[in-house]
Ligand binder design. Sequence first.
Ligand code: AMP
Length: 114
Amino acid sequence: MNECLFCRIAGGDIPAETVYENAQVLAFRDISPQAKSHVLIIPKQHLEGLNDLAGAKDDMLADLLRAAHEVAKVLQIDQTGYRLVSNCGKDAKQSVLHLHFHMLGGEALSERMV
Ligand code: AMP
């Protein structure tokens, strides 16, 4: 059995609130939202994180970023604004080792680090 949490969500073994899906990408609401709108955007292909893009299917990253724009439209935050973040590794406190982008928005966000 696949032990990766996000692979199991993508496979339908673990429920999640899907907001957008296409053949390569799934977007679902974060279980512990850090903003009014907080969605995780993942590739269905398993990669641990940004350091593993060499193993990605062609155009995966472009697909993910295009999907992010579609997610922002579904959430109706494409015009008001949003933040897209991918934590990679220990210092960034990545807790799920399946590549994902956090989309945060729906309100004025807290202070930026960058
Ligand atoms: P990160 O810490 O950047 O790896 O982000 C992992 C995110 O996954 C966290 O924001 C968690 O709240 C979220 N998360 C963990 N388990 C679930 C789940 N079952 N459904 C939705 N989001 C989850």
